[in-house]
Design a protein around this ligand. Structure first.
Ligand code: GDP
Length: 196
């Protein structure tokens, strides 16, 4: 069964205290603002609009939980890296996301979306630092903006720099959509995968 064909909104959480109780394994999505995270989630789910996260800098940041049937959850982490984000908001993001990633016992893995043209920003690296041993998938988004040789070079460079899976991805051409879905299915099917 394809876990990504049905998604319904579950909860929006602004602090550790108001997270929904742990349930099925969770796959979290993270990325710099404007990197194509919502488009990637929608492409994976095969729908036009799921993510409704506020994109206005300065707004309260929340973690949004979606149910993918009874087998899995999708977790949309707040975007990061707005140019002029106040220090206090950056600290809030670090606390919210850092704590979720470090303590959520049902977290099965994290998908970090990076722009294929500008991968691994300092905040991407910081987020990856939070993950420890958790499964990591990096999607190099907007791959359609690169030529084939540029795509191959970007992929090779990231694979050499990161300890995790890396895939080229485009929500416009749908490059990488099936490959990504099948890896996420594997994360969910791992024996005993209620996360960690
Ligand atoms: P988010 O802020 O990370 O959720 O980013 P969005 O999904 O809203 O995308 C930001 C912008 O990038 C929008 O203008 C999208 O149309 C564009 N975009 C997203 N994915 C792709 C892609 O794969 N290829 C191209 N060319 N543009 C994309």
């Amino acid at each position: 069964m394809n876990a990504f064909s049905q998604a319904t909104f579950l909860a929006s959480s602004g602090s550790a205290a108001d997270r929904p109780p742990p349930g099925p394994p969770e796959i979290a999505f993270a990325g710099r603002s404007n990197v194509g995270k919502s488009s990637a989630i929608n492409a994976l789910l095969g729908r036009k609009r799921l993510a409704f996260t506020s994109k206005t800098p300065g707004r309260t940041q929340t973690i949004n939980f979606f149910s993918l049937g009874d087998r899995a959850r999708l977790v949309d982490l707040p975007g990061y890296g707005f140019a002029r984000v106040p220090k206090a908001m950056r600290a809030q993001w670090q606390a919210l996301v850092g704590d979720y990633v470090a303590s959520r016992e049902t977290l099965a893995g994290v998908v970090v979306i990076m722009d294929a043209r500008h991968p691994l920003t300092p905040l991407d690296a910081q987020l990856i630092g939070f993950l420890g041993d958790l499964p990591l998938l990096v999607l190099l988004s907007k791959a359609d903006k690169l030529t084939r040789p540029q795509q191959a070079a970007a992929l090779k460079k990231m694979q050499a720099e990161l300890d995790g899976q890396v895939m080229l991805f485009s929500s416009v051409t749908r490059q990488g959509v099936e490959e990504c879905r099948s890896l996420l299915e594997q994360w969910l099917e791992k024996p005993g995968s209620a996360g960690r």
